[in-house]
Design a protein around this ligand. Structure first.
Ligand code: ATP
Ligand code: MG
Length: 502
């Protein structure tokens, strides 16, 4: 094959203090391909992309764009050359409108002033291209996380890039939106754009990527055509060893009811839903964004005030405005979806973040870390394979997936009766995912109940005893994952089988 190389890295090394994030990386990205970059949390994927974009200066090595050396160019210069990135962290300004958020990096100018009229035309065009319809004046903070993700994608596409980098774009969008994103990538490919795609979901890699480059510990291990790479080989290449059981499902006796939700209603988001979770059970809520998954969990936990219905835990009804603190007292744990905002304190170290559940409720800023806290933090780091395994490491210096492991670890290692887990394994690598699934298995074996909200269909099927499909705030169907195919479930998620039009 005679492919034209668009981006080339030669011998790139990048260190942060004592951490060697990239070691002597050579990489070619060819024109018009969708090129996957895969590897465990902390393998160096985001650092590689930031180095490509000029956000990090490499300690050694050279970068080339269309055979011209671009080492040392600034992010703005790289953008002007036609390279755009959608970062792993959602950099949206909540107080600004959707229009402003999309135009912020590349505003069209006229006589030294921002040309709003031209800007609006450009924004409408790009939203049309990605199939999104927004009220441009609306503040970005009023959007769901998934919608915000598409605003950022629109921002990256506004100047019609030649190369688009997507760093874990699907970790906060649902199955339905993932399909939408894939359509966008296909359309971009048809119009000659090259895409670099980072994800921890094998299914996505095999669906849309032409080539796969595997990274481990900051080194590029290999690059192969997707069709020549079996999933088993790929996982071994990423981990450096084989993975035996990805969904280590153990049979557990299902016992008494722990959670009972009856006719729950919340604004126009959750509409009269009833279901239960029993001890020993893992139940998954699936549905598109806007289906009401996160709101359902929020009402149960007490961070949202329900408008109607009954929620009982262990046969005891929770009051209408039970608080999150009462939630913890009653043995309910909620691992929220938006971890960066709700779940972690970036300037503190791992241990302080691990011990912050109880202390945070007493006093927001008092971190009293005793030996017990230290042991707990260490245990959580060990179990979830946090890298680097150093509980003194500052949270914001960890890679995205490793931050996530710390935040969820502190909940999973306490003894709760009911676990409400919102996208618990999103952004976590395949090795640690298997560990999390193992821990969930142990929790239900010990008599807990787990309610998952997930956008990962394989996870829902592989892990749950029952799957509840939500559609527009209602329960569309309850499914036995053992007897229902993945495609059928996808159809339900998109509203198939409901009596409603569209
Ligand atoms: N700004 C930083 N300061 C210090 N260390 C950093 C910084 N950014 C990344 N690192 C370290 O560099 C290594 C690579 O991190 P990187 O974010 O590139 O991983 P990743 O492959 O993107 O992982 P993930 O799948 O979790 O997103 C990690 O050990 C991380 O802790
Ligand atoms: Mg990353």
């Amino acid at each position: 094959m005679n492919e034209k190389v668009v981006l080339r890295m030669e011998g790139v090394t990048k260190t942060f203090g004592a951490t060697k994030a990239l070691t002597n990386v050579d990489l070619n990205i060819c024109e018009n391909e969708v090129h996957a970059i895969v590897g465990s949390n902390g393998a160096g994927k985001s650092t590689l992309m930031k180095t490509l974009m000029g956000e990090h200066k490499p300690n050694e090595g050279k970068l080339f764009y269309l055979d011209k050396e671009v080492t040392g160019k600034s992010p703005l210069e790289m953008q002007n050359l036609g390279i755009q990135i959608v970062h792993q962290v959602l950099n949206i300004v909540g107080s600004m409108s959707i229009l402003e958020n999309i135009l912020v990096c590349n505003p069209p100018m006229k006589a030294g002033m921002l040309d709003w009229k031209a800007g609006e035309v450009m924004v409408k065009e790009v939203l049309d291209f990605i199939g999104m319809d927004f009220n441009l004046k609306q503040k970005a903070s009023t959007l769901s996380v998934a919608q915000q993700q598409f605003v950022i994608i629109a921002r990256a596409l506004i100047n019609k890039p030649k190369v688009l980098i997507l760093d874990e774009p699907t970790s906060r969008i649902s199955l339905e939106e993932t399909e939408k994103l894939f359509l966008i990538i296909e359309k971009l490919k048809a119009s000659g754009t090259t895409t670099i795609y980072i994800s921890h979901r094998m299914e996505e890699i095999y669906r849309i990527c032409d080539k796969i480059s595997v990274f481990r510990d900051g080194r590029r291990i290999e690059t192969r055509i997707t069709n020549d790479f079996t999933e088993k080989e790929l996982v071994s290449s990423m981990l450096g060893k084989t993975l035996d059981a990805f969904f280590p499902k153990i049979k557990v006796p299902i016992k008494e009811e722990i959670l009972n939700v009856e006719n729950l209603t919340y604004q126009d988001k959750v509409n009269d839903i009833s279901f239960n979770v029993k001890a020993g059970e893992i139940v998954s809520l699936v549905g598109a964004v806007g289906a009401g998954k996160t709101e359902t969990l929020g009402c149960i936990y007490g961070i949202l005030k329900k408008d109607g219905g009954k929620i009982s835990v262990d046969n005891e009804e929770l009051t209408k405005s039970h608080s999150a603190k009462k939630g913890i007292n009653k043995g309910i744990a909620l691992v929220p979806e938006d971890r960066a905002l709700q779940g972690m304190i970036g300037d503190r170290n791992i241990m302080e973040n691990t011990s912050a559940i109880s202390t945070k409720l007493i006093s927001k800023f008092s971190f009293i870390s005793g030996k017990k806290d230290k042991d707990k933090a260490q245990q959580s780091n060990d179990k979830l394979l946090v890298k680097p395994n150093d509980i003194k490491y500052i949270m914001k210096s960890l890679s995205g997936g490793n931050q996530q492991k710390v935040v969820i670890g502190k909940w999973l290692l306490e003894n709760y009766k009911l676990y409400l887990l919102d996208e618990v394994a999103a952004g976590v690598d395949i090795g640690a995912k298997a560990e999390i699934y193992k821990i969930l298995g142990e929790l239900v074996k010990n008599g807990a109940g787990v309610l998952l909200s997930t956008g990962d269909i394989e996870e829902a099927i592989g892990l749950s005893d029952r799957i509840i499909v939500l559609y527009k705030g209602k329960i569309l169907k309850e499914i036995d994952p053992k007897t229902t195919s993945k495609n059928e479930i996808l159809q339900y998620i998109m509203g198939g089988g409901s009596n409603e039009e569209n």
